[in-house]
Every structure is written in C-alpha cells, then in structure tokens.
Design a protein around this ligand. Sequence first.
Ligand code: NAI
Ligand code: MG
Length: 355
Amino acid sequence: MKSYHIAVIAGDGIGREVMPEGLRVLETAGRMFDFTCTWEHFDWSCEAYQQTGRMMPVDGLDRLRSFDAIFLGAVGYPGVPDHISLWGLLIPIRRAFHQYVNLRPARLLEGVKSPLANQRSGEIDLMIVRENNEGEYSDVGGRLFVGTEEEMAVQQATFTRRGCDRVMRYAFELARRRRHHVTSATKSNGIIYSMPFWDERFASMSAQYADCHADRYHIDILAAHFVRHPEWFDVVVGSNLFGDILSDLSAAVVGSIGIAPSANLNPERLYPSMFEPVHGSAPDIAGKGIANPIAQIWSGAMMLDHLGEPAAARAIEKAFSSVLAQHGPRTADLGGSSTTQEVGESIAAQLTAGA
Ligand code: NAI
Ligand code: MG
C-alpha cells in the first residue's frame, strides 16, 4: 500500500477549524483508494510567534524538506503584523522549496450562486497561474529618514527571465490539457521596465505553443472582464501581485472565497509542494465553527493529484460537488447555516457513498 508522509500546519484562526475536515476527507479517500497518509503536525502559528518570537523554528525549513507534501490551513492573526506572519512562514517555504507556481482554480459549481447575474454552473472554469517566487513580493528595498518629513520607502520588484519563462511554460502546458487558451495579466503601459519584459517573455513562450491561443490584457481591464465575462478565460498567468488579486476576485465570482483552493508547486518535484486554501485565517468568524471547509478539502484533492492519486482526487471533487448540487449542508458564506464539521462529515459520507 502506498504511504505518504505529510507535514500539517493548521496555523491560525479558521485554519485550525477547517484542517480537521480536510484530514477527515483525505483519510476517507485513503481507505477507499488504498493509500495511507502519516500526518506530522507542526504548531507553527502567530500564537507560537507570541511565545517564541518566531513563526517557525530556525531549522523549520530543514524539518519540512523530506516530506512528500505540506498541507497548510492559514496563518495570520491580529496582534502579529501580517508581514511578519507571511514572511516568517509562508514566503520562506514557497521560496526555499522553489514552489514557483501558485495554481488557483476557480470553477462555478452547481448549487452555488455567483454574485454575478446570469452566470450558470459550468460556464466559469478557469485556472489562475500565479508566479510565486519573485515579482512584486520582494525583500529588496528599504526605508530612509524614518519619522521625519523626508521619510521614504523603496520596494524593488524583480522579474527574471528564468522566473518568467518557467511559470509561463507551466501555464501553456496546463492549457494543453484544458481548452488551449492562455491569457497574460500585464500592465506594460504603466510599469515600463518589468512589464514590457514580462510581455516579451510571454510572446516568446507563446511562439513555442502554436496550438494554444494566447492573449494579454492590462490588469485593470482584466479585472473588469473577470466580472463581466469570466467565461472568456481558461488559464490566466500573472505576476505574484496580479495573480494574488485576480484569484481573490475569481474566488468571489464563483461564489465564495471559502471554496477556493490552491497549490504551491515545485513542478520538478525536487522539494515538497504545499497545498492550502486561498483564504486567510478569517479572524472575524474564527472560533465559531462556521468556516467553510471546502477550500481546505479541495486543496487536499489537489495534493492527492500531485502525489499521483488522481482517481482519489476526482472522487473528492465529485463528493463536494454533489453535496453542493444536492443542496446538502452548507456554511453561512454559501447561504446555509451548517457548521464546518457538518459540511466535512457530509462530504466524507458522500465520498464513501459515491464509490
Ligand atoms: P481572509 O481570507 O481571512 O478573510 C476574508 C473574508 O472572507 C472574511 O470576511 C472571512 O470571514 C471570509 N472567509 C475567509 N475564509 C472563509 C471560509 N473558509 N468560510 C467562510 N468565510 C470565509 O482574509 P483577511 O481578512 O484579509 O485576512 C485575515 C488574516 O489572514 C490576515 O492576518 C492575513 O494576513 C491572513 N491571510 C493568510 C493567508 C494564508 O495563510 N495563505 C492568505 C490571506 C490572508
Ligand atoms: Mg491572497
């Protein structure tokens, strides 16, 4: 029987509430598809930071290196500045393990209402491929004359040929398995060095994929098109910042950020990849047991896909899709009144029944 060694970081807030449901569904899938997962839990969080002064131990990355994958809930909590929680845990993991693709599917599922008028299930089905290692998220820069009238901040974005090419290549390869269409998010009219360079790399990459339709939009009108014509898009590739913003927008367009999953991939598999919901720790609803666990569960399905268990991954997707389509239990973000646990249990039961 295949066995996978998974590092589990539930993190903060609702991360701790949705993680048990993610594990429940993965355990169920393992029983049905003949694999086991051994979970090793790491209590790395803002709470740990307040006790130890670190989001993760000094040797944290070394301790994660040998796992088959990392399954993460969410990190961030009031009392710890967001740049500390992000740069103390998530970003080091994404970078040290060359997880340069942040893959974020957005699909309008049956039984879920889009906030947009006239959108029907099946019509919106797109993949955001976000560059995850460089771009606008950079620790190159500094501040000068702090606290004076001359106070200033400089933040350096970095775009490398290697970094652009590898994420764009991933996007085109993905499109070949879908509807053969890649859209690039740019802003080369306003950001006049890095974005024209991004456009050049995209033109060069698209020339190698003549079987795929390639187009590009400036990020501002692209955001408008996501609202007006989300069905136009198949694979959308963007820089770290643009991809981040577009994926919260696409998650909202398909009904709720509570269902949006993501994978931080090292496609070469030299390092573990990490799977986590798009959403954060949601302090406004944390502790109430009402967070939607579907984003965590779907992220778990993406992890199984990556580990080489595609049948189990499809079965999980089918299970939560059926629960939604049959108007089964749902949490408040989708207009229901069920708890996190009730939704998780119902998806696990549907998974078992659907075998
Ligand atoms: P958020 O995603 O935590 O919450 C945004 C809104 O969506 C809130 O109203 C929340 O209640 C709702 N929401 C999120 N997930 C939900 C779910 N599963 N079910 C139902 N409703 C849900 O984003 P926000 O408020 O900007 O950030 C809160 C904290 O999370 C911050 O500390 C931030 O830095 C952190 N964060 C962490 C991320 C990560 O771990 N990857 C990603 C985004 C934010
Ligand atoms: Mg985000």
